[in-house]
Design a protein around this ligand. Structure first.
Ligand code: ATP
Ligand code: MG
Length: 381
């Protein structure tokens, strides 16, 4: 076990790293963040901020020498850096597990090997693969196999001609062509697996997206209990089969026919798990610190229904939102990430609203958004 006052290393300095750092600090740990961005949200609160590239051998050596254990918040962190670090200090999750999540082709093959359902798809590595692809995959979505996030590296395609054009736009990099699913809703499960192999899930979250980016997250998800149990089991199976240590998020589609399909995994805490900070006995970030340090996992009990709303750069279009409206509501909790520039699509912060029921929390959360960012709420209608 790694005890408080030890230095923990974090690869990546985004908001997930920032919230990890805040949780680790409150437990008495110190944190070193590696991120090249001098203005990174996590770097701003860390004890030490190494401003270097993720492959920088000198910076990695410093991390290895000064940290008892290293983790990541950034899914595209080079798996090679994790593997190198693992020869020098504790690294959780392992580079091999992260590598699966970094490549949609490997990821989908892995889900299938676990016996889990996925959306019908074809691997597209060359133009010839597209020519041979099943027309039943249309209308579909062409997704780059690597380096996608928030819907980037994806194109909606209605014909093979459109798919070919999109493939060229993506530099003929390896892709998957995925059938567009008729969605009843989307859900996700954040699961933690401890160093001794115990797994523990947070309550299932229901996720609403806008333009491929998570918008609103509703907990508990309004799905049948049997489906929620199926999602939790799938998440624990994935963590176990990956021999994963740390916090992992699994995104699912629920089809119109009520079937559960695995969409993708993220080898880190997740945007859809932010609600755990305000509404669970243990947050996903405390859980990440616990798993990293070899401690027992914390209780994931949901203390109250909760709704989270993402605050993207668009919310700043009419100037800084009037935070008084949020602070006037005793059940609303604001979290800002300390980003200096509000660009469209950029995740600037989020808020949660705690409620007696999920419907009450949702109504209040949406009313707050309409008041806070009228232009943004209008665009959604
Ligand atoms: P993120 O990293 O933010 O989760 P991403 O870029 O990795 O996003 P996906 O999760 O694959 O991308 O897709 C983003 C969203 O686009 C999904 O949550 C879903 O709303 C929609 N989407 C993706 N694939 C499909 C599909 N096959 N059928 C229907 N909707 C889809
Ligand atoms: Mg996704």
């Amino acid at each position: 076990m790694i005890f408080p006052n030890a230095m923990l290393g974090m690869l990546g300095g985004g908001q997930l790293g920032r919230m990890f750092t805040l949780a680790a600090h409150s437990m008495g740990y110190r944190v070193t963040v590696l991120d090249p961005d001098p203005l990174s949200p996590a770097g701003a609160v860390a004890d030490v901020h190494l401003k270097a590239a993720y492959q920088d051998r000198e910076a990695l050596q410093l991390l290895a020498d000064s940290c008892a254990a290293v983790t990541t918040e950034f899914e595209n962190v080079p798996a090679e850096s994790l593997r190198w670090l693992a020869n020098h200090c504790i690294v959780r999750p392992a580079g091999d597990a992260v590598a699966v999540a970094q490549d949609r082709i490997r990821e989908k093959a892995f889900f299938r090997a676990c016996g889990l359902g996925v959306a019908p798809y074809a691997v597209i590595e060359t133009a010839a693969d597209l020519a041979q692809a099943d027309a039943a995959l249309l209308p579909g979505i062409l997704k780059r196999a690597r380096f996608g996030y928030d819907g980037k590296g994806q194109a909606s395609v209605a014909s093979m001609g459109e798919a070919s054009a999109a493939f060229v736009t993506f530099g003929s990099d390896a892709c998957v062509l995925e059938r567009r699913i008729d969605l009843a809703c989307e859900v996700s499960v954040v699961v933690a697996r401890g160093a001794q192999g115990a797994t523990c899930v947070f309550p299932v979250a229901e996720n609403q997206h806008r333009h491929g980016i998570l918008d609103v997250c509703i907990v508990p998800a309004r799905i049948a209990p049997a489906l929620a149990t199926e999602a939790e089991r799938a998440a624990m199976l994935i963590a176990t089969r990956l021999n994963y240590v740390g916090v992992l998020a699994v995104e699912f589609f629920v089809t119109g026919g009520g079937e559960l399909l695995v969409n993708e995994i993220a080898p880190r805490p997740h945007n859809s798990g932010h609600y755990t900070i305000d509404a669970c006995a243990t947050s996903q970030y405390e859980q990440q610190a616990r798993a990293l340090c070899g401690l027992a996992l914390g209780d994931t009990l949901l203390l109250t229904p909760v709704v989270m709303v993402n605050l993207l750069g668009e919310a700043w279009a009419g100037g800084v939102p009037d935070w008084r409206m949020l602070f006037d509501n005793p059940r609303a909790k604001l979290h800002l990430y300390g980003k200096h520039e509000a660009r469209p699509g950029r995740k600037m912060g989020h808020y949660t609203v705690l409620g007696g029921t999920v419907e009450a929390a949702l109504a209040e959360a949406l009313a707050l958004r309409a008041a806070l960012c009228p232009a943004f709420a209008l665009a959604a209608a």
